[in-house]
Design a protein. Structure first.
Length: 126
């Protein structure tokens, strides 16, 4: 969640200029906005890879950073034997169903073919 009154948002907004009307025409002034909550929730589909064992894992998470840490700490049975894992690709979705649909597709044979085509340069440079 990003608040427009946060330092990051103020920095970004201070770069923005909006026109304001005056008697002699229009001029610009810095954008000033009260604290407004912006929902920045994303759902992630991610691809992990272990070069030495030629292992690819497709997963879904609402917290990508924590999930990758969990994988590399051995908390996931399916990836524990393949540590260390490298994040090689991720996609962010605003809708959970869209993300889950994409994850399930990438786990199919056709999806894995699509993935290898999308990341062709990465896999060719192993």
């Amino acid at each position: 969640v990003l608040y427009l009154s946060s330092p990051e948002a103020k920095t970004e907004l201070s770069r923005s200029r909006v026109p304001t009307g005056t008697r002699a025409g229009s001029k610009t002034q810095d954008y000033i906005c009260p604290e407004i909550k912006i929902d920045m929730k994303f759902y992630y589909v991610y691809i992990l890879h272990n070069r030495d064992k030629n292992f690819i894992y497709v997963g879904y998470s609402e917290n990508l950073k924590n999930r990758i840490k969990e994988h590399n700490s051995g908390y996931s049975k399916s990836t524990k034997p393949y540590i260390p894992l490298e994040l090689i690709h991720y996609e962010a979705y605003r809708n959970k169903k869209d993300a889950k649909r994409r994850e399930l597709y990438l786990k199919t044979n056709r999806g894995k073919t699509t993935l290898k085509t999308m990341l062709k340069e990465f896999f060719d440079n192993k």
